[in-house]
Design a protein around this ligand. Sequence first.
Ligand SMILES: [Zn+2]
Length: 122
Amino acid sequence: MFCNKCGEKLPDDAKFCTKCGYKVNNEPEMGSIVFKRLGQLYGSIAQIKIFLDGQMVASLGTNQEVKVTVPIGVHQVEFGYWCGNGQNTVTLTKENPNIRVNIKLGVGLVTSDPKIVSIENL
Ligand SMILES: [Zn+2]
């Protein structure tokens, strides 16, 4: 990593810059992902479970929205039902720390798959 003040190259576990003495910030920078489940006619009773990097972070009913705070970086999004469908990668950058992922569940709960219909930068 590099000193935020003078740009000196430093060991990853450095607490202070060896050149200018600036305190190094090792805290991860955080962003957020907003998941929104879009409206639909059928299948509205069941919740879609949202998994982020393999961990369940939320479950969503129709038209519900949830905001999840995560470190800046690349994250894998999956759904709790219908394995093999609805998987996607979301990249949070410092420039766009808030990403909205819109999810739609098709008509008919058992016969159709939830899908990511769009990923937008907020
Ligand atoms: Zn420095």
